[in-house]
Design a protein. Structure first.
Length: 70
C-alpha cells in the first residue's frame, strides 16, 4: 500500500512537497511532487532515477497475460 508523506520542501521553489512511497521489486520507490511549480522527482532506495526507468521496472513486474485497461 502506498504511503503519502508531507513535510519536505521543493528544492526548486521551497514549497511543501508531497511524497508517495511504495515497494517495487524489493526496492523502495518515492515520488516527490510539488503542487506549486509542478516538479516531480523519482527515487529508488533514495537514489534519483528518471521516470522512464520507473515505468520500465513497473511494466516488467506486471503479471503475464494482463493487458492495459483490463
Amino acid at each position: 500500500m502506498p504511503i503519502v508523506r508531507r513535510g519536505s520542501c521543493c528544492p526548486r521553489c521551497s514549497a511543501p512537497l508531497v511524497e508517495i512511497s511504495f515497494l517495487q521489486a524489493g526496492s523502495t520507490m518515492n515520488m516527490r511532487s510539488c503542487a506549486t511549480c509542478h516538479s516531480r522527482s523519482w527515487f529508488r532506495d533514495d537514489v534519483a532515477v528518471d521516470l522512464e526507468a520507473v515505468l520500465a521496472a513497473m511494466s516488467s513486474d506486471r503479471p503475464a497475460g494482463r493487458q492495459r485497461g483490463v
